[in-house]
Each structure stands twice: as structure tokens, then as C-alpha cells.
Design a protein around this ligand. Structure first.
Ligand code: NDP
Ligand code: ZN
Length: 381
């Protein structure tokens, strides 16, 4: 009798072990669009994601935003990249599976993923909810190495599904406008976080330089806080849009008349500019103790510079800070704030199609998008 019991138990244990081993081997099939070389075209790509671990959720991707950072990666503006590469770090979708220890999500919930999917969680930065500055390195949503999942090369959101630890997923309220949520996960949080770091309050004079994906979110957040907002960009095309979004002034920096009288008038200027420019022009526009927040990151070969003299010579006592996205806690705060106050990006929805993504990239480069392309991943064939 005892012998029987033991052999039954061994049988059950073997079966469970076999099942577990099998599950571990069964990676999740995924498909999307990748570039296969620097500056390449988008073509279909099939790959796999790791299994849903105990703390993971699997998301069916509904929408993926196209951020200018994706272009920088595809064009290798910031150094060498690895291909095939599936970009996309503005991801909004629906939870389709959860691990056994997941507590914050259930199947059917909406969830988002931004620029990062993991960090050490115990360094000083992580303890301060600033996982993007993790001392061991934040794991990026794509073109990253996921050291907690077999060092796999991460692939991004221009795809049908993603598996992520629940701690790096953002809860999207059920009443959110899903077709517009994805860009909040990068464009939204990056501008929101900088504006919060600058301590913007009612009546402050705020400039937003670069009126694209990040910039038009920055305008909306600053306006919602009661700031008096001026927009800086390089064309006339977006003057009406800036005023419609609540800016009090639009400056076409190519028009010298527009720039007159602005020196020493701003409390804060946020630069989201992705190309070569002269930061000194914006420094001069700050009041004493004014701040220049820099988030735009042009190609390394085109990097703008600020000299020591720019800080110390007359008109000094101005502060410059750089910022990367925001931590997970702040990203959740931003998302809840945005949905509650109906602050969304203005989006152009395109189909999940290589040609359309290629075209969108050209339009972003040529300043022809208002204001963010979002790929409808449900149209993926
Ligand atoms: P977009 O292309 O959507 O917007 C950039 C805007 O800047 C466009 O309106 C563009 O005009 C305008 N612009 C270009 N040159 C100038 C200039 N010299 N002066 C004023 N305006 C100018 O880009 P995103 O908003 O998606 O991204 C902006 C930058 O921020 C990128 O470098 C990106 O990599 C970076 N980024 C940084 C993050 C961070 O965490 N720090 C996070 C996400 C993005 P036009 O359209 O006419 O060309
Ligand atoms: Zn981005």
C-alpha cells in the first residue's frame, strides 16, 4: 500500500516536472514589423517571446505609437544597433494571460508598456522610483538585453503581443480612449516628468521648443497647470494648432521678428528638438533662476553644444537639466492624470503594414505629421 502511494507520487511528480519543462520550452510566437538593416524598410518579422512567468502578464497589443526615438534607432543616429529590430515603446493593449502571482492585472484589463521593461529594483535610483536610471541599467523595451529572461534581445511594440513583468506594466483605465493612449507611454511621460521636475505652477511662463509628439503633450500639460505657454518650432504649419491647444504665442524660430523681446522672460523652457540647434538661444530667454529642461536627443553626429561661457557670462544663474522618460510610479500618475483630464495626443492612425510604416517615418522626418502616428496593430495580417 505504502509502496503504491510512493510510486503514484513519483509518477505525479514526473508528470508535473515534464509539463513544467515543456512550458519552459514553449516560447510564445509573435509577429510584427522589423527593419533588417540600418535605414532599412519595414518588413514582416516572426519571432518569439518568453513564457508568461509567475509575475508576468501577456498583452495583446492593440496600438503602438511611432516615436522619433524609433527613427533615431532605425537610422542608427545614436550608435550601432542590432538587426532585425522591431521598434516601438509606446504600447497599449489588453491583458490576455497572467502568471500565478500577478496581483494588479486580470485577463481583459487594459495595460500599457513604455520604454523599459525591467531594472534591478534595489539600487538607489530604483528605490527612488527612477528605474530609468537603474545603476545596473534599465532594460529597454526593444534593442535591450533582458538579463532576467535568458539575456534575450528585446523586440518592441510594432508587433502583436508582449510579455512583461506586471511591475513594469501600466494600468490603463477602462474608460480611456485606447486609440490615443499609446503615445502617453513615452511622449506623455517624458514631457510630463520634465514639467513636474521644473515645478511648473499657475502663471509661470513656459516655452516648449519642438512642437511634435513630445512638444504637443508638453503644451497640454503646461496649459492644464495654468502656465502661460509659448511654442517654438520651425514652420508656419503648426501656428494654428498651438493656439488651439491653449498656447498664448507661437514662435517660428526662422522668423527673426517672432523672436524679438523674448530674452529673460521664461521661467522654464522644455526642449524636445530632435535636430541640430543652438541651445544658447533658449538659455538667453530664461529669467534668472529659470530652467532649461532638455529631452530631445539629436543624432550624435549633429549634437548641439552648450559652453561653460554660456552659463557663467552675463545673464548667468540659469539652470539646465536633462531628463529621460519617467519612472514607473510617475508614468502611472501621468496616465491617470491624462485620462482624468482628457489630455491625449492628436494621432493619425495607420494600418499595420510595412509600406505605411515606411511612409510614416518619412513624414515624421519631413515634419508632415500632426502629431503622432499610431499603428493599429489589430490590422496585422
Ligand atoms: P517629433 O519629430 O514628433 O517632434 C519634433 C519637433 O521638433 C517637430 O515638430 C520638428 O519640426 C521640431 N523641430 C525640428 N527642428 C527644430 C528646431 N531647430 N527648432 C525648433 N523645433 C524643431 O519628435 P518627438 O517629439 O517624438 O521626439 C523629440 C525628441 O525627443 C527626439 O530626439 C526623441 O528621440 C527624443 N525623446 C527623448 C526622450 C527622453 O526620455 N529624453 C523620450 C522620447 C523622445 P518639423 O516637424 O517641422 O520637423
Ligand atoms: Zn519614445
Amino acid at each position: 500500500m505504502k509502496k503504491n502511494l510512493i510510486s503514484t507520487m513519483i509518477l505525479i511528480l514526473t508528470a508535473v516536472t515534464a509539463l513544467f519543462a515543456q512550458n519552459n520550452d514553449e516560447r510564445i510566437p509573435a509577429k510584427g514589423f522589423a527593419v533588417y538593416e540600418e535605414n532599412g524598410h519595414f518588413k514582416p518579422y516572426e519571432f518569439t517571446r518568453h513564457v508568461v512567468g509567475d509575475h508576468d502578464i501577456q498583452i495583446e497589443i492593440l496600438y503602438a505609437g511611432i516615436c522619433h526615438s524609433d527613427l533615431h534607432h532605425v537610422f542608427a543616429d545614436w550608435g550601432e544597433e542590432k538587426y532585425p529590430m522591431v521598434p516601438g515603446h509606446e504600447i497599449a493593449g489588453r491583458v490576455v494571460a497572467i502568471g500565478k502571482d500577478v496581483t494588479r492585472f486580470k485577463v481583459g484589463d487594459y495595460a500599457g508598456i513604455g520604454c523599459m521593461i525591467g531594472s534591478c529594483r534595489h539600487c538607489d535610483a530604483c528605490k527612488h522610483d527612477l528605474e530609468q536610471y537603474c545603476e545596473e541599467g534599465a532594460i529597454m523595451t526593444y534593442h535591450g538585453i533582458d538579463r532576467y529572461n535568458g539575456n534575450e534581445y528585446t523586440q518592441g511594440g510594432y508587433s502583436n503581443t508582449y510579455v512583461v513583468t506586471e511591475d513594469f506594466a501600466i494600468k490603463i483605465p477602462q474608460n480611456a480612449d485606447m486609440s490615443k493612449v499609446a503615445p502617453l507611454l513615452c511622449a506623455g511621460i517624458t514631457s510630463y516628468s520634465s514639467i513636474m521636475q521644473a515645478g511648473i505652477k499657475k502663471g509661470d511662463k513656459v516655452g516648449i521648443a519642438g512642437f511634435g509628439g513630445l512638444g504637443h503633450m508638453g503644451v497640454q500639460y503646461a496649459v492644464s497647470l495654468g502656465a502661460e505657454v509659448t511654442v517654438f518650432d520651425i514652420t508656419e504649419d503648426k501656428r494654428g494648432d498651438a493656439l488651439r491647444m491653449g498656447a498664448v504665442r507661437y514662435v517660428n524660430v526662422n522668423n527673426p521678428e517672432d523672436l524679438k523681446g523674448l530674452d529673460k522672460t521664461f521661467d522654464f523652457i522644455l526642449s524636445t528638438i530632435p535636430a541640430k540647434y543652438e541651445p544658447i538661444m533658449y538659455l538667453k530667454m530664461l529669467k534668472f533662476d529659470g530652467q532649461l529642461g532638455i529631452v530631445g536627443l539629436p543624432a550624435f553626429r549633429n549634437m548641439p553644444a552648450i559652453t561653460v561661457a554660456d552659463f557663467v557670462l552675463p545673464g548667468a544663474r540659469r539652470k539646465v537639466f536633462g531628463s529621460q522618460i519617467g519612472g514607473i510610479k510617475e508614468t502611472q500618475e501621468m496616465l491617470d492624470y491624462s485620462v482624468k483630464n482628457s489630455i491625449y495626443p492628436e494621432v493619425e492612425i495607420i494600418k499595420a503594414d510595412g509600406k505605411q510604416i515606411d511612409e510614416a517615418y518619412q513624414n515624421v522626418l519631413n515634419g508632415k505629421v500632426k502629431f503622432r502616428y499610431v499603428i493599429d496593430m489589430k490590422t496585422l495580417k
